[in-house]
Write a protein that binds this ligand. Structure first.
Ligand SMILES: [Zn+2]
Length: 452
């Protein structure tokens, strides 16, 4: 009896008195965040005089006052700004070395170690969710979701699907004989980096393999690339029929296709085939932006990357990649202006990869976009808009219990407290180590430097 009373007392002590008795069965953890101004992911104006109740990993109440008791953890925001955790819609958490080294030469444990460190730093820059745009990321995702290592939620694409000689055909040698001639799959395929597939039956099979691996969306290489070993930048890769076959496989599983494409023709073919997210797209013509707007296709492009110069990428100087970078850069300003003009759906992603240092440029994307969008609009892109795009994964989304990218009842407790008002000054988010006073993901605090 004493034991029973003690147990009951213990259970009761974790539950605030304002909750109905029926809920007093299970031990929950409660946090209240008070004295913050709230950017909810959508609204232009900050919510004032509101407090937030978090139960375990979700926001359960937003009200002008929330009763607390001794068991409730209180976070006093000291009048600073609470915003949803940031989302980067284009990362490659597994590629923190040159692609060909990561794929062919580095020890897998080194690749994994870099990825663990990169994931932690990504979270500490305030990114609580990423859409990983290709690479064998499932193991890292698992370790993060299991709470073994810190990192963001990951929407994985896993292996790229690429045609022979396309952006995902990573083998540098010109005389390499593909599996079509040798019957031996490439190391890049064995380790889950890419499926080289040509023709409808092969791309169907590759799409099914990607879905089988647990991907939340399919990533296809659909045009020439800057860093690709073989493909000229201006070419379109994959035919309409091949892309349509991949899109159909994705649809059957209730999800969608995102495509790497710079060239206008590559993008047009992809949109006609039903691709929902265009990655890069900088060489698109005005008609294609119009088509993108009509079809409600997302534009997932990068501003920081192409505001840089070749000096920022010494490893590319004097290489074909360097020349291709400069070629694309010529189109960047036009593309950004057209995207604004046609008001296409904008996601927020960085494609910052290749080393831990290059990945750190992730936060610079906030600065680079400031020329084209208001601070509030950039914040919406990196929160609620990105979440809307991620929702295209439907039941293939790994995180379906709560809303992402917003501060609302029923949303995951993925939250940041910013010193200052990022709806007025977006540059704050370019310096997360200084400006972020609190980083919470899934209800767990990873950083808290608020004064006591
Ligand atoms: Zn990419």
């Amino acid at each position: 009896m004493l034991r029973k009373t003690l147990l009951l007392a213990l259970c009761m002590s974790a539950v605030p008195s304002f909750l109905p008795a029926a809920q007093n069965q299970k031990t929950h953890h409660y946090t209240v965040i008070k004295d913050v101004k709230i950017f909810d992911g959508k609204s232009e104006h900050l919510l004032k005089d509101k407090e937030l109740l978090i139960e375990d990993n979700k926001i359960v109440k937003i009200a002008s006052h929330i009763d607390t008791n001794a068991s409730v953890k209180i976070i006093d925001g000291k009048g600073k700004t609470l915003i949803p955790g940031l989302i980067d819609a284009h990362t490659h958490l597994m590629i923190l070395d040159d692609v060909d080294k990561a794929v062919y030469f580095d020890e897998p444990s080194y690749t994994g170690a870099l990825a663990v460190e990169g994931a932690k730093r990504t979270l500490m820059r305030g990114f609580t969710t990423v859409r990983d745009a290709g690479g064998p990321v499932m193991g890292l995702k698992r370790a993060i979701d299991e709470g073994i290592v810190p990192g963001p939620r990951i929407f994985p694409s896993n292996a790229f699907i690429s045609q022979t000689g396309g952006h995902g055909d990573f083998d540098l040698s010109m005389t390499y004989l593909s599996k079509h001639f040798t019957g031996i799959p490439d190391k890049a395929t064995l380790y889950g980096w890419v499926y080289i597939a040509d023709g409808v039956p092969e791309v169907q099979k590759a799409a099914r393999e990607v879905l089988r691996s647990g991907a939340s969306q399919i990533k296809v290489m659909g045009s020439g690339s800057v860093t690709g070993a073989h493909d000229p930048i201006e070419v379109a890769e994959y035919t309409y029929d091949e892309l349509k076959a991949i899109v159909d496989e994705a649809k059957k599983w209730g999800t969608y296709v995102m495509i790497h494409a710079y060239s206008d023709e590559g993008v047009r073919t992809a949109i006609k085939a039903g691709v929902q997210s265009i990655e890069h797209g900088l060489m698109m013509k005005p008609e294609t932006f119009k088509l993108m707007k009509e079809k409600g296709v997302w534009f997932s492009t990068q501003y920081a990357l192409f505001s840089k110069n070749l000096d920022d990428f010494p490893q590319m100087k004097g290489t074909p990649a360097g020349a291709k970078f400069l070629e694309v850069k010529k189109y960047a300003k036009r593309a950004y202006e057209l995207a604004s003009k046609y008001k296409v759906k904008m996601s927020w992603g960085t494609d910052a990869f290749g080393s831990l240092q290059l990945q750190a440029a992730e936060s610079e994307e906030f600065l680079a976009r400031a020329k084209y969008f208001s601070a509030v609009e950039i914040l919406r892109q990196a929160t609620s808009y990105n979440a809307q795009m991620l929702a295209l994964s439907g039941k293939r989304s790994p995180y379906r219990d709560g809303k992402l990218g917003v501060i609302a009842k029923g949303a995951y407790a993925d939250l940041l407290i910013v010193d200052g008002d990022p709806t007025k000054d977006i540059t704050l988010l370019a310096h997360p180590e200084k400006s972020l006073k609190l980083i919470m993901k899934d209800g767990i605090v990873y950083k808290n430097t608020l004064p006591n």
